[in-house]
Ligand binder design. Structure first.
Ligand code: HEC
Length: 120
């Protein structure tokens, strides 16, 4: 089906643009990583950990840092996470307004919610 191929191509280009180019969107289409993964790893992992559990050194440095788990997401909607990313919170959780687009914030907010889903 030709139409399908065209739609798929448009989708890939669209995702590529959302990433601002140098992280080829094609990479995500090929390996199916969630779109929020790359911006998370580039901007958040250092403090919040690979799976949303902050490393010990960060817990020492930032006693208020949160773990992204079920309990956390029971109280935070995706929109409230986007608000934190836009405005920042207190001294240590900075605003990412200059680093991430709104779409990337939404993608990251959706991505970290996956950490709250326990593997059963
Ligand atoms: C320099 C370390 C650092 C980086 C980088 C960082 N955070 Fe944080 N984050 C913190 C700290 C510290 C807190 C706790 C802030 C507080 O409550 O005072 C926090 C809190 C949060 C919260 C909870 C806010 C709430 O509702 O209470 C969310 C959500 C969050 N970060 C998401 C992110 C995401 C997503 C990124 C990447 C785009 C990121 N953080 C990058 C240090 C960091």
């Amino acid at each position: 089906m030709r139409t399908h191929a065209v739609i798929a191509a448009i989708a890939v280009v669209g995702i590529g643009c959302a990433y601002g180019g140098h992280f080829a969107g094609a990479a995500w289409a090929a390996n199916q990583d969630p779109p929020g993964k790359i911006p998370y790893e580039e901007n958040c992992r250092k403090c919040h950990g690979v799976r949303g559990v902050p490393p010990k050194t960060m817990k020492v440095k930032f006693p208020k840092i949160v773990t992204f788990d079920e309990e956390f997401f029971a109280k935070r909607s995706k929109d409230s996470v986007v608000t934190v990313l836009t405005k920042g919170k207190n001294e240590d959780m900075k605003s990412f307004k200059s680093k991430l687009t709104h779409e990337q914030m939404e993608a990251v907010a959706a991505y970290i919610r996956l950490f709250g889903q326990k593997e059963k």
